[in-house]
Design a protein around this ligand. Structure first.
Ligand code: HEC
Length: 142
């Protein structure tokens, strides 16, 4: 094996391990939270709010049959759901997850974000919850 091949294998292994080091929403992983904040600002803030505050009257169905985007902070219900459900909802969107007939306004990000970026954005969202709500949500993951 030439040095070039060894280098290539090394690089590929590095990239692979960098991609698979996240498989849950981890608010204690500073790197994930930092990446997640960027992903959030670029992809989620337009609807869910720069401060995770959601849109006004988020519990009221609008004229087009969709709901406004809910907050992702402690005032919302994101922390009532397990990591896996939040992951699936973000990856597949409301249309892929919600019950039939539900008019969803939540797009799926499976084509735009990698699994790692989705776990990162969920890590960031989780890092914004109170320690009590983080602990409550953690119990749902068991
Ligand atoms: C075009 C507006 C829009 C964008 C952009 C958007 N969402 Fe949503 N999201 C919604 C709406 C509206 C809902 C309410 C449920 C529904 O309509 O399916 C929702 C619901 C959710 C839910 C389930 C409800 C909850 O609180 O647990 C999650 C999780 C979620 N969004 C995550 C994200 C993440 C992460 C991003 C960015 C990667 C994002 N959303 C970007 C509109 C949006």
């Amino acid at each position: 094996m030439g040095a070039r091949t060894i280098l290539l294998i090394g690089a590929a292994t590095l990239i692979l391990s960098a991609c698979s080091d996240l498989d849950s929403a981890d608010a204690t992983n500073g790197e994930a939270v930092a990446l997640g904040k960027t992903v959030y600002v670029e992809n989620c803030a337009a609807c869910h709010g720069l401060n995770l505050e959601g849109q006004p009257n988020w519990r009221t169905v609008q004229e087009d049959g969709t709901l406004p985007a809910p907050p992702h902070d402690d005032t919302g219900h994101t922390w009532h759901h397990s990591d896996q459900l939040l992951f699936d909802y973000t990856k597949l969107g409301g249309a892929g997850i919600a019950p039939p007939g539900f008019q969803s306004g939540m797009p799926g990000f499976g084509d735009t974000l990698s699994d790692r970026e989705i776990w990162a954005v969920l890590s960031y969202i989780k890092s914004r919850w109170s320690p009590e709500n983080q602990a409550r949500q953690e119990r749902l993951n068991k």
